[in-house]
Ligand binder design. Structure first.
Ligand code: NJP
Length: 260
């Protein structure tokens, strides 16, 4: 990965920042994007100092598609071709469907789905032309198995998985890899917004993943033909069984499925 240009959205914290740190260790050049530009600049200083790599930061709200176009055009002009795009920016709000506001629904879809697709659209022409690249979309186990209080969030991640699977097939002949990452709960600031009451965090504390562990799996997959990363594996088994026996699964697993 030495010298490769890697763009990460939502790099100001959580798994995005962890992915950035691990990519820096491998000698890649980084482009870090998020709204919190101060946090990005601090990360830039640390990574440049310790790893002697090029790190560029741009303020980007991925819910603003005009901004996406401007920022990616600047990246192409100032830095050059993008080798790996990690679509990581995202958020969730855990609420029952009847309580979810239209603003929340639009907000989640604009960031998690439209933003992800708009960033991808910016890199696709060049990657197809160069017959080289890797697009990594951070989805979720919620994109495979929807649970109460995550109707909207799950819907966004189902959309991400649908998009990602079709994209992979479209790019099959172009040597552009497409990977979806489907984690269960990870110990990040995600839950400050998603789970205000702390109920879910309390219920899943035992099997919460460390962000560095998830990031390592993502970085290990870079420039390989990894189709999906599912973490933890046992949780993905649940998603597989759910597809086969949905009615039974919902009945037997009711208590666990209601942990939000
Ligand atoms: O969350 P957090 P994670 N425009 O809150 C950025 C998925 N996931 O690392 O803009 C641009 O620590 C935000 O930056 P800022 C999840 O759905 C998580 O856990 O400065 N960026 C920050 O850097 C998401 O797709 C869990 O506020 C925006 C980053 O996104 C990904 O993992 C489980 C933005 C969020 O960092 C990373 O989340 C799962 C915007 N409008 C999937 N809005 C989990 N944590 O349990 C937010 O299955 N960001």
């Amino acid at each position: 990965m030495k010298g490769k240009n890697i763009v990460i959205t939502g790099a100001s914290g959580g798994i995005g920042a962890e992915i950035a740190k691990l990519c820096a260790e491998s000698g890649a050049n980084l482009v870090l994007l998020a709204r919190s530009v101060d946090k990005l600049k601090q990360l830039q200083i640390n990574l440049e100092e310790y790893h002697h790599i090029q790190v560029d930061v741009f303020k980007l709200d991925v819910s603003d598609t005009d901004q996406i176009k401007e920022v990616f055009e600047q990246i192409f002009e100032q830095i050059g071709d993008i080798d790996i795009l990690v679509n990581n920016a995202g958020f969730g709000v855990f609420r029952e469907a009847h309580e979810a506001t239209l603003d929340e629904m639009k907000g989640m879809f604009n960031v998690n789905v439209i933003g992800l697709m708009a960033c991808t659209s910016m890199v696709l022409p060049k990657m197809r032309e160069r017959r080289f690249g890797h697009i990594i979309n951070i989805a979720s186990q919620a994109g495979k198995l929807a649970t109460p209080k995550s109707s909207v969030y799950s819907a966004t991640k189902h959309a991400v998985l649908g998009y990602t699977n079709a994209l992979r097939m479209e790019l099959d002949d172009y040597n552009v890899q497409v990977t979806s990452v489907n984690p269960g709960p990870i110990a990040t600031n995600f839950f400050n917004i998603a789970d205000e009451q702390g109920t879910y965090v309390k219920n899943v504390q035992k099997f919460m993943l460390e962000p560095g562990y998830v990031a390592q799996k993502v970085v290990d997959s870079m420039l390989t033909k990894t189709r999906e990363i599912n973490l933890p594996r046992w949780m993905n088994m649940g998603s597989v069984v759910y597809v086969l026996f949905p009615r039974l699964f919902e009945r037997i697993g009711k208590r666990v499925l209601n942990s939000k």
